[in-house]
Each structure stands twice: as C-alpha cells, then as structure tokens.
Design a protein around this ligand. Structure first.
Ligand code: CP3
Length: 353
C-alpha cells in the first residue's frame, strides 16, 4: 500500500480510538456484522457451504465488503471463522446445519496432542491471506480491515469438546488432569495463532482481534495459570504498532488479568456496565457493549440502549461502539443501520483545528 493510503487509514476514527486519540465521532462496527441476518449473505450462502465460503477468497471478500458498505460502519472484519485454524493441526472440522461446528476427532487423551501438526499458515491458511488482499483492494480507502483469530484457550476448548459446550467441563478436566499435554496443546495453538495473525497483518489487516469467547468459564487464578502465558506471548509476538483487540464473553471477573495479558483494546460483553468496566481497565481503549438482543426490540428501544452505552463512555477518547456479542440471525438490517447512524450522529464532535 502507498504511504498516503496507509496514513489515511491511520487517521480513521477506528484507528484513532484504538490508540485512545480523540476522533470526530465514536467509531462503530458489529461482531458478526456479515451473517445470516443479511439477505445478501444468505444469497451467497445458498450457493456454497459455510466452509467453502470461508475458503473462497472472492466470496469471502464480497461478503466482507458488502456488509461494511451496507451498514455504514467504521471498520470491516474479514469474513472467516475462528475454527479454520484447527484444520491444519489435523482436526476434522464440519459445520452442520442446526448444530453448529463439529470436530470429528476431539482431543480427549494426553496422547492425542502429540500427533497434532505444527501449522504453517502460509501453506494451509493462504486463502485467508488472499481474502484479506482482495478485500483491502475492494474496500473504501478510509475503512480499516480487522483480521482475527481465536485465542488458544477458546480454540483448545473446541478441539477438546468437539463442538460447542455450555460449561466446558471436558476442557477444564483436561487442563487439570494433564497439565503437560495442556501446555503442549496451548503451545502449538499459540505458535499457529501468532504466525496466522502476523500473516493477516502482512496481507493488509490494519488491526487484529483475538476472540477468547469462552474463557469466561475460568476463574482469574486459573486464567493466570493456564491461559495467561500463552495469550500474552502471542500478543508480544505480533507486529508492533498494529492495534490488538482482546475479547471474551462472561469475562467480568477476568478483565484485569486479560488486560495484563495484552491488547490495546479490551472487548466488553453485555454482562458488564461499560463505565465501571472501563474504570477497572485504566490505560486501554474499550469496545462494546450493547446487548445484541436489544436489536430484536423496537427501534426506539435500540436507540435508548445505545444512548446508555454512549453515556457510560462519556465521549472519552478510546471507545469503539460495538455489541457485547455477535448479531443474532433474527435481527433486522434496518435496526442495525439505524443504530450505526445514531452512534455517528450522537457522538459527532466538532473538529479541533
Ligand atoms: O464478524 C464477522 O462478520 C466475521 C465473521 C465471523 C464468523 N465467525 C462468521 C460465522 C467471526 C469473527 C466469527 C468468529 C467466531 N466463530 C467465534 C468468536 C466470536 C463469538 O461469537 O464469540 C466463534 C465462537 C465461532 C465459532 C462458530 N462459528 C460457531 C459456534 C458457529 C455456529 C453458530 C452460528 O452462529 O451459526 C459458527 C458459524 C458461523 N461463523 C457463521 C458465521 C456467519 C454462520 C454460518 C452459516 O452461514 O451457516
């Protein structure tokens, strides 16, 4: 990219907020902003399976760009899934209708870890890098593109459970019973994730988000012992100067230790009050945290709740407006567009100089 193009992206409200610099308005984007609630997405999905969509750079780029343009958001997130990184390790991944992701050969014994391969991202995940390059070309020049990966705990949880889970009992039991194998697994995942994210940055992502979606099932002391060394190592290995967003669900008790593990921006879910959470997170930017279920209510209610989030952020530099978790399939696109417009309007600040 040309230096003037990079500079333009760097001056965008999203990038400024990541660095806690004042921006002309509060930037807004939504977790899962490209998805089944959108007719354009369903049309593409009618022709290909979800994994094929992820692995076809032209289609992944199309879905990414369409959602960002249609919604008028301040950032795009590359269309993919956190679980694609598990395949090159040797896991058999399938997205089944109704049941969500399934890993057909879950890790259940300590001996299941050793055969997992080291991931060479450029070889096995090149389709994501291609999708990022294509998207960067098609995306409006002022819109930053966010790359992402699952964080090692959440990836390990899917690999061990074999799919989604309520309490992650198998994952935690594995961690407690086989600390050595747990370390080997987390080490393999961490090396894969660091290389994968740096590859996304090299391909043209302006920022990266680590999704540790299910780490909220751990206590702070377990987080420190079983997760912190790996997540913090990944973040230290990422290209300096590229903002890192660090997010999980149900992490109200973990915010301080997650912040310590790293990230320029901590993603807040809808279980916490943004003002209180931000007070505890001195020195970083925050992203969040409207409950996605609010978008299923009437327009007036959505905007009232958006107002509450903006009030809690108090116009301080370093707030990125987002949902506290992903957009739900029954959401109407009109409500999302109204939300984005409202955040822009209500947070507009006269430019200083
Ligand atoms: O945000 C975006 O628009 C980018 C795309 C994106 C997807 N998944 C697309 C997707 C991102 C960032 C993800 C991350 C992801 N995937 C997470 C972390 C975020 C979170 O929700 O906490 C997790 C846990 C997954 C795993 C996953 N992928 C599950 C549990 C499911 C099934 C549930 C569901 O919503 O269907 C998926 C499938 C998935 N990932 C879909 C999409 C659009 C739906 C697939 C379809 O089209 O049928």
């Amino acid at each position: 990219m040309k230096p003037e193009e990079l500079e333009r992206l760097n001056q965008s409200p999203f990038m400024k907020a990541c660095r806690r610099l004042p921006a002309p308005h509060t930037p807004v984007w939504l977790l899962r902003q490209a998805g089944r609630y959108m007719a354009e997405y369903r049309e593409v999905r009618a022709k290909v399976s979800f994994l094929e969509l992820c692995k076809t750079p032209e289609l992944a780029a199309e879905v990414t760009v369409t959602a960002a343009r249609r919604l008028g958001v301040d950032a795009a997130i590359i269309f993919s899934d956190i679980l694609v990184v598990l395949e090159p390790l040797g896991m058999e991944l399938e997205f089944t209708k109704g049941e969500g992701p399934v890993l057909h050969n879950p890790i259940r014994e300590a001996a299941d870890v050793q055969p997992l391969r080291e991931v060479v991202a450029a070889e096995s995940l090149g389709f994501v890098f291609d999708a990022i390059r294509l998207t960067r070309r098609e995306l409006p020049g002022h819109l930053p593109l966010i790359g992402f990966s699952g964080a090692p705990f959440t990836l390990a949880a899917y690999a061990i459970e074999g799919g989604s889970s309520r309490n992650f009992d198998l994952t935690k039991a594995f961690m407690y019973r086989h600390p050595g194998a747990w370390g080997d697994l987390m080490g393999k995942l961490s090396r894969a994730v660091a290389e994968y994210l740096n590859g996304q940055i090299a391909a043209g992502a302006q920022a990266v988000q680590l999704f540790d979606s299910w780490v909220g099932c751990l206590s702070p002391s377990d987080y420190r012992e079983y997760v912190f060394p790996y997540t913090s190592q990944i973040i230290r290995q990422l290209k300096p100067g590229v903002p890192v967003l660090h997010f999980g669900v149900g992490t109200g008790m973990l915010l301080e230790v997650m912040r310590e593990a790293g990230g320029d921006v901590i993603g807040l879910d809808f279980h916490v009050e943004l003002d209180e959470a931000w007070r505890r997170l001195d020195g970083v930017a925050v992203q969040g945290n409207l409950d996605p279920v609010c978008l299923l209510a009437e327009r007036e209610f959505v905007l009232r709740r958006a107002r509450r989030v903006l009030d809690q952020a108090g116009g301080r530099p370093g707030h990125i407006f987002n949902l506290g978790h992903g957009v739900l399939p029954p959401t109407t696109v009109d409500n999302v567009i109204a939300l984005v417009e409202y955040v822009h309007e209500q947070s507009a600040r006269p430019s200083r100089g």
